[in-house]
Write a protein that binds this ligand. Sequence first.
Ligand code: DGL
Length: 255
Amino acid sequence: MSNLCLGVMDSGMGGLTVVDLLHKKYPEIKIVFLGDNANMPYGDKTKQQIMGFVKNNISFLSTFSIDGILIACNTMDSNCYQSIKDNCDIKLYPIIQPTCQKAFQISKNKKIAVLATAATVKSNAYKNSLERLDRQIEVKQINGTGLVELIEQNKNCQNLLEKYLSPLKNSDYDTLILGCTHYPLLSDKIKAILPNIQLVSSSEELVNSLHITKRDNITVCDVDYYVTANPLPFNDIASNIFGYPINAIIANRKE
Ligand code: DGL
């Protein structure tokens, strides 16, 4: 029986938070990662632009023998998943729906905040998805503009985070969704600012949403990393953040 092979797509390092969890949980899965860092950040792009990126990402990943693609990017999911899911030849694993389910399940007072990119906030995908679970739920969406770029450059996010999270400091929101896969990289800082709020990581919930039967005698697979812009700074910063070598190479693709 051959190993399952899954594609993971994001604009950049956020996708690596998903790859990291996926590889640790299912080392037998072959992973092909694509970080479209040439077009990062997606969060300040239009729906139409994001749709174009998503199509290119899917067509690149489809050149490998993959069994499915994890949408490791809330911005792609919020802007494109509903319109592409039925016409895509390959199975797509969405991120927003399992994340909302987890937040709904753990929130006691049904007051849930979401920190996400501008394009995700604008789409209202989290708000709509949470309200589908319960119309009474109160959702506060916070636009995290600028955080992704700082994370990608390994720069300090403290001031921006304090500013964005300050409305939650003396509020009774009991749950905060990290609605961008880059943000789990800021978890410790966020916990220090909001010690009384429980965090839901979209990266974690995407991986938890996969129900793959564990097999004995597994072969451990490598991860193949691809990016669309200069891999050198990406590899340097990513290896530093994750603590193991990440050797992405440039994705050769026609656009
Ligand atoms: N990591 C992506 C997400 O989950 C977005 C990053 C970006 O703005 O490029 O939304």
